[in-house]
Ligand binder design. Structure first.
Ligand SMILES: Cc1ncc(COP(=O)(O)O)c(C=O)c1O
Length: 389
């Protein structure tokens, strides 16, 4: 019963190991403050919950959905993308609903990467950006990023031979885990680079709506001509606190969309119609839900960053996402520090290598618990003598 080589090629999935360690601590009765996984705790809008309940009562929604999504879903995506990002989406063939964007990202790699192909991945990265390539038998080529360059890859430095061979460039700004953002000039450069080298440009826009102080992230598809090379992945997981509902969508280049659809038609049956109806309600919602959500994450960010800095950690407040990415205190590596935190304080964080080797020396705090619990986490660290300097 030997597993396939493609699974053996994958690096360990750190979050699975984290779950195992958490289960042991919970069994001992520990009161864990779990800031490990980016698992949003802000509840979805009540109207969206009601929309799901009434959609479930409608018998036709229990039948298989269509791959393209229902008309209302596609209409809602078209108007959401126009309203939020100023981008034009083709109603007929420019959208596929996704069972979460992770599913779409990994299937996209399976749809385009042949064994031996190369993809370009700025690291540290959200694991699906490189694991899909590995599953497909390809090779993710690491574009190193660091705090010194705002965690943006230097596209000018890529070896022309690598650029010639590469099939996909994966970008995602605001970024998980580093919380870095990219401006219009960077996206213009990325689009020009992709066009010059005939590379597919994937933009994962998972944190499109989690930003602070009015610093709204831009869609890669808002760059003129981007639709010739680019496909953009969106999700309702973080925007509307719907991570467990598994709903996202992809928009952009029509040929890329058609190919992704080809692989998905062989793998799944599309997105549960009742969830589509709830997503329509979310995207059409008026009111201040998004503003309130941003305020919640911003307050948590402020408490976390101010508190860490009081413990000697010199870190800046990120302008987007729900993460605080910090170097570990000297004398530790990512794993030993994460273990120390878990054992001495009951705080769960994500060790940096979960996001590739270049994450070594860092941990990520996800802002997925209340202000009070984040303050409690900081007090626990102080009491346990955990300091950066
Ligand atoms: C950058 C990024 N993309 C995609 C996802 C997955 O989102 P979804 O719930 O839509 O699969 C995450 C989840 O943490 C993420 O951080």
């Amino acid at each position: 019963m030997e597993e396939a080589q493609r699974l053996k090629n994958l690096p360990p999935y750190v979050f699975a190991e984290l779950d195992r360690l958490k289960a042991i601590e919970y069994k001992k009765g520990a009161d864990l403050i779990d800031l490990g996984m980016g698992n949003p705790d802000v509840p979805p809008p009540p109207e969206v919950i009601e929309a799901l309940i009434s959609a479930i009562r409608e018998p036709s929604n229990s039948r298989y959905p269509t791959f393209d999504g229902c008309d209302e879903f596609r209409a809602a995506v078209v108007s959401w993308c126009k309203k939020q990002y100023g981008i034009k989406v083709d109603f007929e063939s420019g959208i596929i609903p996704l069972i979460g964007s992770k599913e779409g990202l990994v299937h996209f790699a399976l749809a385009f990467v042949n064994p031996g192909d190369m993809t370009l991945v700025p690291m540290p990265a959200y694991p699906a950006h490189f694991r899909g390539t590995i599953l497909a038998g390809g090779e993710p080529y690491v574009l190193p990023t660091s705090s010194g360059t705002g965690f943006l890859p230097n596209l000018d430095e890529i070896d022309p031979e690598v650029a010639r061979k590469a099939k996909i460039l994966f970008l995602s700004y605001p970024t998980n885990p580093t919380a870095a953002t990219a401006d219009r000039a960077f996206f213009e450069k990325a689009v020009a680079f992709a066009k010059k080298h005939k590379i597919i440009l994937v933009h994962d826009f998972a944190y499109a709506e989690i930003y602070f102080e009015g610093k709204k992230p831009i869609s890669c598809l808002s760059i003129p001509g981007a639709e010739e090379v680019c496909i953009e992945f969106h999700t309702l997981s973080k925007t509307f606190g719907m991570a467990g509902w598994r709903v996202g969508f992809v928009v952009g280049n029509l040929k890329l969309i058609a190919t992704l659809k080809k692989i998905k038609t062989n793998l799944d049956y599309g997105l549960f119609s009742a969830v589509q109806k709830a997503a329509v309600c979310a995207m059409n919602l008026s009111g201040d839900y998004l503003e309130r959500t941003r305020r919640i994450y911003q307050e948590r960010r402020d408490i976390m960053v101010d508190g860490l800095n009081k413990l000697g950690c010199k870190t800046q407040k990120p302008s987007a996402s729900m993460y605080v990415w910090v170097p570990v205190p000297s004398g530790f590596d990512s794993t030993s520090f994460s273990m120390r935190l878990l054992e001495k304080t009951g705080i769960v964080v994500a060790p940096g290598p979960a996001f590739g080797d270049l994450g070594e020396g860092y941990v990520r705090f996800a802002l997925v618990d209340s202000k009070e619990r984040i303050s409690a986490a900081l007090s626990r660290m102080e009491k346990a003598g955990i300091r950066w300097s």
